[in-house]
Ligand binder design. Structure first.
Ligand code: SF4
Length: 418
């Protein structure tokens, strides 16, 4: 979502005559778009602001955007008075007023979020990210997102379809629908749900691949599963964050499902779409997590066989209840658990990559390979990068069958077949 906000900010600036420079010393506007999901990202913002201090001049504006801006507000101006404005995620559509000096602290959530999709500065020629819902109504005890992004606001069904049609008309054949809880989507006017939206987007001509993130397990329903089952251009790859394999920890996290319920949801999706692959997020060292709780996370990873996994040590966030919920886990213990978790997942991932050798996989062509410009590069349906030999004149956005001949550490290699 932050990435897309950057694309929106960049597009809005270009429309006003700004152009991107490759060196911040040449800039007359410097925006830091920030993330506060973990303490480390937040600390980086202040250290970066320290570096930017010497660039501040009367004709140079410095702005802090994103979730740290939302969370810290005036404290940023107090700690770094060379900053001109602080603008939270709800105000991305109001950049013009902020730049004009109307708002030094723009951290409200305007009723009208203003979303001008025609000005999004999309970095990819083949892929477009499309926000369908912003904010989150869940209150996971570790998470700062409901504070920094506000309550859920879904966009109108037809607005989303218009944006997708415009993206496809500009050559973007891969669409990624975005939301903090993307599958909580409900059209504010008609009440149509996420499954209905998925089907409608999948049926737009030339949408070759449709992805979405991030889904909340408690929001998975029959309509979403049926849409995925019935539309082959919807990716057979689902990111479904579990956060922990222990029902005790899930209850303390207020994740609204138990381990058993999560496994049942995975089973329902697999029964409808047997070829589906999953990825997940896991937090290690949540307050009160015992070795037995952690072992349950490991067992779940074995059970589901996630193709990709994003795991982090628990990071206390200001104003969230989690730090008071259980005894803190020693940092060395959490680090050691994280290492074990990654070792387990690496083995699973390598098995997955090796199992692709000799198979022909559909790959969406994204451009020349970064490592060997004589080759092309693209992604499999389950999001692994494939570098492959093919006619260099192959148009970007084509979907090719690629026979995989090598599985490397993170990527695959192969050759396009007729
Ligand atoms: S559902 Fe996701 S975004 Fe919402 S509070 Fe929980 S972790 Fe945060």
């Amino acid at each position: 979502m932050n990435d897309l906000d950057s694309q929106r900010l960049s597009g809005s600036l270009k429309l006003r005559g700004y152009r991107r420079v490759d060196d911040e010393r040449k800039a007359d506007l410097i925006l830091l778009n920030t993330c506060s999901i973990r303490e480390k990202a937040e600390n980086k913002v202040y250290s970066r602001l320290g570096e930017l201090r010497e660039l501040k001049r009367d004709n140079v504006q410095i702005g802090v955007c994103g979730c740290v801006a939302q969370q810290e507000g005036e404290r940023i101006l107090a700690r770094a008075p060379w900053v001109d404005f602080v603008m939270g995620p709800g105000n991305v559509g109001y950049l013009e007023q902020v730049l004009a000096g109307g708002k030094t602290i723009a951290i409200d959530f305007p009723e009208d979020r203003r979303y001008d999709y025609l000005t999004v500065d999309r970095p990819s020629a083949t892929k477009a990210q499309v926000t369908i819902i912003e904010g989150c109504n869940k209150n996971c005890t570790f998470c700062i997102v409901p504070t920094t992004r506000g309550r859920e606001v879904s966009r109108a069904f037809e607005d989303v379809l218009d944006e997708v049609r415009a993206a496809v008309a500009s050559g973007r054949v891969e669409i990624e629908l975005l939301g903090q809880t993307v599958n909580a989507y409900r059209c504010p006017a008609s009440g149509r749900d996420f499954g209905a939206l998925l089907s409608a987007v999948a049926e737009i001509e030339h949408v070759r691949r449709l992805r979405f993130m991030t889904s909340h397990p408690a929001e998975v329903n029959d309509s979403m599963i049926a849409a995925m089952r019935d539309h082959p251009n919807i990716s057979r790859y689902l990111h479904l964050p579990v956060q922990s394999g222990s029902s005790k920890i899930l209850r303390r996290m207020k994740r609204l499902y138990t381990r058993e319920k999560y496994v049942e949801i995975i089973g329902r999706i697999r029964a409808a779409i047997p070829e589906i692959h999953f990825s997940t997020d896991i937090i290690v060292g949540f307050p009160g997590e015992t070795e037995e709780d952690f072992q349950e996370s490991l067992r779940l990873i074995e059970e589901v066989q996630y193709g990709s996994l994003f795991a982090f040590k628990y990071s206390p966030r200001p104003g969230t209840p989690a730090p008071r919920i259980g005894p803190p886990v020693d940092d060395d213990v959490a680090t050691e658990r994280l290492t074990r978790l990654f070792e387990l997942h690496e083995r699973i991932k390598q098995q997955r990559l090796q199992s692709y050798r000799g198979r022909i996989l559909p790959v969406l062509v994204e451009g020349p390979s970064k490592h060997d410009p004589a080759m092309l590069s693209g992604r499999t349906d389950d999001n692994f990068v494939v570098n492959f030999v093919a006619d260099p004149a192959t148009p970007l956005g084509s979907m090719l069958g690629v026979r995989i001949d090598q599985a490397q550490h993170h990527t695959l290699r192969g050759e396009a077949v007729a």
